[in-house]
Design a protein around this ligand. Structure first.
Ligand SMILES: [Zn+2]
Length: 230
């Protein structure tokens, strides 16, 4: 299960991983915290349609929006319970969250909110209606605009082209020569090129064409069998 502060964060930063995990037969869902209503380009209605198209292209098993106010992702009990309820409802083996340091404050708050909720979700005395206590085995953090310490890189060579198609679903947000809206950090042609450069940069580090990096606070278990695959 992938948590994202805004609809398109998961696609942009983990799209190849999502598609590769789907290829491997895993059930995948995305939980967006906000509707991205503060975005300079587009509007919530259009963003909803774009999100629906991207979800269909990735063949997601579920997608929800927690309707937290964009630009106001506070770490409080109400928001923690929203995240905890989503974790307890879907009971994912692994969750992904934005790395809690970034250019965009929403990504920082979201990362910390999800990190706390991941832990509290396992405490049975924290009540969320009929949903029982449950804690996933791992939480992995993905990179947004700023570099992160890297624990591992997922090879997305087989799904990178499709990842670009998924990103293109968000025509209001990313580079689009037909758009008359103001340019933003992520809508320039330079950023468009950076998507490929970034994927190549991380792919090169593991000897493949394209990759996506992740961070984990816990040590990762390696066995004698898979040591030679690394
Ligand atoms: Zn975002």
């Amino acid at each position: 299960m992938f948590f994202a502060a805004h609809p398109d964060d998961a696609e942009l930063n983990c799209g190849g991983t999502i598609l590769s995990l789907k290829e491997a037969g895993k059930k995948i869902g995305i939980i967006d915290l906000t509707q991205g209503e503060l975005s300079t380009r587009g509007n919530p209605e259009l963003r909803k349609k774009e999100t629906k198209n991207a979800s269909a292209l990735m063949q997601l098993d579920f997608r929800e929006n927690l309707n937290i106010r964009d630009g106001n992702i506070e770490i409080n009990e109400v928001n923690r319970k929203k995240i905890i309820s989503a974790i307890r409802k879907y009971r994912p083996e692994i969750i992904f969250a934005p790395y809690p340091f970034d250019r965009h404050p929403d990504h920082i708050y979201a990362g910390n909110l999800i990190r706390e909720s991941f832990f509290y979700s396992g405490l049975s005395k924290i009540k969320t209606g009929d949903l029982k206590a449950y804690r996933p085995s791992k939480i992995y953090y993905y990179r947004n605009a700023l570099d992160i310490p890297v624990s591992f890189i997922i090879d997305i060579s087989s799904t990178f082209k499709k990842k670009l198609e998924v990103i293109k679903c968000f025509g209001s947000q990313f580079h689009n020569i037909n758009s008359k809206e103001p340019q933003t950090f992520i809508s320039t042609e330079l950023f468009d090129k950076e998507i490929e450069s970034r994927a190549r940069h991380f792919g090169f580090k593991i000897g493949t064409e394209y990759g996506e990096p992740f961070f984990c606070y816990d040590p990762l278990k390696i066995t004698g069998n898979n040591l030679f695959d690394l």
